[in-house]
Design a protein around this ligand. Structure first.
Ligand SMILES: [Zn+2]
Length: 215
C-alpha cells in the first residue's frame, strides 16, 4: 500500500550532478557548532537549474515570464506518471502509440534508465528526452506541465533548444530533476512548488498525493 505524500524530489548536496558548465552545488558552512559558533549558517551557491527544479518561460523565451509569475494552478492538480522503458529520444510517434489519459495536462516521465542517476555526481549525457515533435504533439493535447527525472526535458546531443522553445514558448512549465524511481505509473495529484523568486528557474519540492483528492 502506497503511503502519501510521495516525495518526488531529490536531496540537493555538494555531490548533486549539474549540467556541464553550470555552477557546481556549494553548500559551505559560514558558521558551525563544531567551530564554536552559536548558530550554524550555510551559504548556498548553485545554479537555478539544479536538482529538482522548474524552468520558467524566461529560460528560453526572451522577455518570457519568471518563476514568481507562474500561475500556481498549473503547479497543483491532476497529473499522470508515464513509465518509459525505452531510452533515447522520444518523438510524437512514440507518444501517439502510448495510452495516455484523454486529458493529460500534467505529464511526468518516469524513465527506467534514470533511476538513481541524480545521486551520482557525474553528469549523464545519454539521458532520455523528448524532441520538438513530441513537445508539439503534447501541446496540441493540452499539456500545461511536463516533468522528467533527469536534468533536461530536451536531448543533450541535438534539439535541446528546440524542445525547450516549443514548451516554454507555449507556456508549458518544465520540471526537471524529479525522483520517480519509486512511483508506479498512474494518475495522482501533483503539488510542485518552487521558491518565490524572480528568476528563470528555481528549486522545487514536489510531491504526489492520491488521484482522488488532496484531503
Ligand atoms: Zn532547467
Amino acid at each position: 500500500m502506497q503511503t502519501f505524500p510521495i516525495d518526488i524530489s531529490v536531496t540537493t548536496s555538494n555531490q548533486t550532478p549539474v549540467w556541464p558548465n553550470h555552477a557546481p552545488v556549494n553548500l559551505s558552512q559560514a558558521a558551525t557548532h563544531e567551530r564554536g559558533d552559536v548558530a550554524e549558517i550555510t551559504h548556498i551557491n548553485m545554479g537555478a537549474h539544479t536538482a529538482t527544479h522548474l524552468d520558467a518561460p524566461r529560460h528560453f523565451v526572451p522577455g518570457g515570464g519568471l518563476v514568481d509569475e507562474i500561475d500556481l494552478t498549473t503547479l497543483i492538480g491532476t497529473c499522470y506518471v508515464h513509465h518509459v522503458t525505452r531510452t533515447g529520444v522520444l518523438t510524437a510517434e512514440y507518444f501517439a502509440a502510448q495510452e495516455l489519459p484523454e486529458s493529460c495536462t500534467r505529464l511526468l516521465l518516469k524513465i527506467d534508465d534514470h533511476a538513481g542517476r541524480l545521486y551520482q555526481s557525474e553528469f549523464y549525457e545519454n539521458y532520455t528526452a523528448i524532441d520538438h515533435t513530441a513537445a508539439h504533439y503534447l501541446i496540441d493535447r493540452g499539456l500545461k506541465l511536463i516533468g522528467t527525472d533527469y536534468l533536461s526535458i530536451g536531448p543533450y546531443h541535438a534539439g535541446n533548444v528546440e524542445t525547450h522553445q516549443a514548451l516554454l514558448g507555449n507556456d508549458v512549465v518544465i520540471v526537471e530533476g524529479l525522483n520517480l524511481a519509486h512511483v508506479s505509473e498512474g494518475t495522482y495529484q501533483l503539488i510542485c512548488l518552487p521558491i518565490r523568486i524572480a528568476c528563470d528557474g528555481a528549486p522545487c519540492r514536489a510531491v504526489l498525493m492520491p488521484a482522488t483528492g488532496l484531503a
